[in-house]
Every structure is written in structure tokens, then in C-alpha cells.
Design a protein around this ligand. Structure first.
Ligand SMILES: [Zn+2]
Length: 118
């Protein structure tokens, strides 16, 4: 079974080990560490999608559909919100990334994550 343990608690226990220690000490320390009741965060992002229709006879094309899709479950946000609220919600600005912190359909965390650099 997969579970989570506290890194901070593990460091505290690690510092209590008498030195020198061996691999079995570390193994016992990890096995004795209490698990944390937590759920891993599922992350996603809003993806701008456009669908174009080509008309070779006139050498033109039309934008027939666009919107912001959840990277994880694939819902189109404007369409989803329109169905849920009964109002016509149009999100057709590719510069206006949705600010929702999570996807209302699958619950993925949509906030940008700052990455640590070494
Ligand atoms: Zn989703």
C-alpha cells in the first residue's frame, strides 16, 4: 500500500540516530514513521483549443470552435459552465486564461506551480 510520511518528522528521527548507523537503521526509521492522512494533488492546466474549417475553393478558413479545455478531463470550460448555470457563457479570448483554481468537473488543481531551480 502506498502512503505518505512527513519528511520533517523523518529528519527529526534521523538526527536522533546514533552514529555510525547502517542501512537497517534507516529501513527501521522509515517503517516506523507515522503516515499522514493526505491525498496527492492532481494538477492540470487550461489549454486553448481552436478548430478551423478550410475552404480550398475560396482559399479561406473559418474558426468554427474554440475554447479553454481542461488538460486532464477534456471539458470545454465555457460549454461546461453554460450547461451547469443555464446561461450562455462564452470564453473565446485566448489571452484570458481562466482563473479558476480547480477544474469544476474533475477537481484538478489548475493553479500554476512555481518550479524550484537548483
Ligand atoms: Zn478537468
Amino acid at each position: 500500500m502506498d502512503d505518505l510520511i512527513s519528511r520533517q518528522a523523518l529528519y527529526g528521527e534521523f538526527n536522533k540516530l546514533s552514529k555510525p548507523f547502517d542501512g537497517s537503521d534507516i529501513w527501521h526509521l522509515i517503517n516506523a514513521a507515522p503516515s499522514i492522512d493526505a491525498v496527492p494533488v492532481r494538477r492540470g492546466w487550461w489549454e486553448w483549443r481552436e478548430r478551423w474549417e478550410n475552404h480550398p475553393e475560396t482559399r479561406s478558413c473559418d474558426l468554427v470552435d474554440c475554447g479553454w479545455d481542461c488538460s486532464e478531463c477534456g471539458i470545454e470550460l465555457g460549454e461546461y459552465l453554460s450547461k451547469k448555470t443555464g446561461q450562455n457563457i462564452i470564453l473565446d479570448d485566448d489571452y484570458a486564461t481562466p482563473k479558476l483554481a480547480c477544474c469544476p468537473n474533475c477537481g484538478c488543481d489548475m493553479r500554476e506551480v512555481e518550479h524550484e531551480t537548483d
